[in-house]
Design a protein around this ligand. Sequence first.
Ligand SMILES: *Cc1c(COP(=O)(O)O)cnc(C)c1O
Length: 430
Amino acid sequence: MSPAEEHGSGEHGPDQRTSGEQWSQRYARAVMNTFGPPQRALVRGRGTRVWDADGREYLDLLAGIAVNCLGHAHPAILQAVTDQLATLGHVSNFFTTPAQVRLAERLAAIVFPEERAGSEPAGQSGAGGRVRVFLANSGTEANEAAFKIARRHGGARRPRILALEQAFHGRTMGALALTHKSAYRDPFEPLPGGVEFLPAGDTRALERAMGPDVAALFIEPIQGEAGVRELGEDYLRAARELTRSAGALLICDEVQTGMGRTGAWMAHHLLAPGVVPDVVTLAKGLGGGIPIGALVARGRAAELLGPGQHGTTFGGNPVASAAALAVIETIGEPGLLDRVRRLGDQWARELAQLPQVAQVRGRGLLLGVGLSPDAPPAAQLASALLERGFIVNAPGSDTIRLAPPLILTSQEASSFTGALAQVLAERSNP
Ligand SMILES: *Cc1c(COP(=O)(O)O)cnc(C)c1O
């Protein structure tokens, strides 16, 4: 079939005529097998819903893994991207654009609301005032930049970098060195050295490991890939105090938890108010579906990468920046974040009532439904739910992860609770 025919200009009509099965076969022949077989071929999305090549509709409760925060085909993103692309699509970092500068200013203000964006250094403390942003294209790249900042901060005197067990920071070599799972790491050894893993949430272990030879501590305030596991407020406060007194950087990976996902701009704002990291990394929801990542740093950490020490061709691209600005503007509309928090609380309570649900973890619209030991494996439940028209995922054998668009309605949330109850009941009866 020629591309013209596939796109509907030929007599064979639009590409809905190619079935999901046919797309899967072509996928297997053309796309590298790094993800396993795709569950469905999706052809269209609107709001909280997507449709597959066979015309079936799904409620999208995963949102491209916490990415489509405004759902599919949101008019604000569509308008921003279209306008920017029609005006100026790409310039490289030999130049800047209004979209790039505005986005950096907005990110500084939402990540570090207590600092004054774009202001000059606040004197001796070194901590006040100076916030700087590096724009990248993904979460792993934002963390690569953070890794480089940690190395620059560490030099020869601070060779150690601390990260947490079950941490996920990405798949490129530096970010992978910070990622705990051996199945992801082992085939690619040797990875950049100096990284040590500590049990997540264990303040004693952190106290013992911290010292003047530590450059940085990397944390996710809620470990998403680990099954939505939150670090406690006490741990986050201890992490800040211990890094501060050892002279190490606190680097907070909010790639999954940031941008309103938890009902606050940043999860650490919600979990430990007043705890201010040195570096925050973002991606996923930031572009609402357009690829973009960002690193936001303050104080000395904002000055550690100088000219020539880091770069990217696409990072700061005006189209991606315009999408992120539209996302920020929409999430910032009065009431939206409160609603995310309230809906998440209500939904978590509802889900926790179900038999075979042991606990519901997470905040806002990042929830991990923890199954009890007698429940079927989470992956099995996820496929049964897909059959019923609900997209979720299973980050572990006993957890279903929900990370829907932030525009989800409470009726939609409840429809999932009902479907999960049914699927659990069906699979538990002898
Ligand atoms: C998804 C994720 C990453 C990696 O982001 P990519 O855009 O896939 O490279 C890093 N950190 C966390 C916490 C994530 O959830």
